[in-house]
Write a new protein. Sequence first.
Length: 318
Amino acid sequence: MSLEFFLFLLFVALGGLPPPPAPAVSVVAPPPSPPSLPLPPKVRHFTVKDYYVFVTVVDGLRPDALQRAQTPNLDRLWQSGLYSWSAQTVLPSTTLPAIASLLSGVPPERHQILWNHWAPELGRISVPTIFKIAQGENISTVAFVSKRKLEHLFSPETPLFVINNGARNVIEEAIEYISEHRPRLVFLHLSDVDDAGHRYGWMTVRQLQAVERVDEALGLLLHSLEDLQILNKSVIIVTADHGGHGRIHGTDDPRDITIPWILWTPDIEIGRELTQPIRIYDTAATVLAALSLGIPPDWLGVPVWEAFPEATLQRERP
């Protein structure tokens, strides 16, 4: 017997051959559960009351003019509503670009309304506005404006009235239409303060008198809405497109770009200064919130949530 065979037998007697090594097994963790889909930004649906919404632009109104002029009706709104005396318009701080932003929720580089005169060959605003969105949801609308150039900002389907002979006439025409048709979204543009600023200068006695005439006209509107039993179902926003200095505007001077912003609803019990910074294009988002409509996801404007404490925010998955 060879030595090698003897050693083999001895090894087997003591326990046998070791088991062959187990094949390597790769440990595979169970696949993770798929993450919940991220919610798309700013796809918003609101639950608020079915408000009537009135947006008034007092062309050329600076916040400090409300401290100097006698404005009991505007005082009534901000003293029992929300307000900012440091809201900001866009550049250029002129009427068409600014009101285009107010209606569309985006700055001028997006809506491309960069001119400030009536030029029918340039066409109409091409981005969605609060009017186009509201009309798409069968919400009735109307606009009363003091300057024809604002036609650039409304589609032919929008009831639009150009009345360029003073705030009182604009408001009286609007009251007659509202009484008959009860539109849910009303836009009012009053040019008296801007006209006086260009003619006599900003913050002059003559311009402050124009502010007071506008306030009187707004008083007629408020009384009419009370008589029609609409006021306590309304959101009223009063702001400006720009301010001014000397006899001009359009620059980045703080006197040109700082505007008042007032929001009144019957649900606000006492006047409060807004805590969030306000840009003019936040007006558009706030209007859609008041109408319970979703906000386009690419808008820069955000709603003034403080105005709607009862609103619920829902986000949908794609």
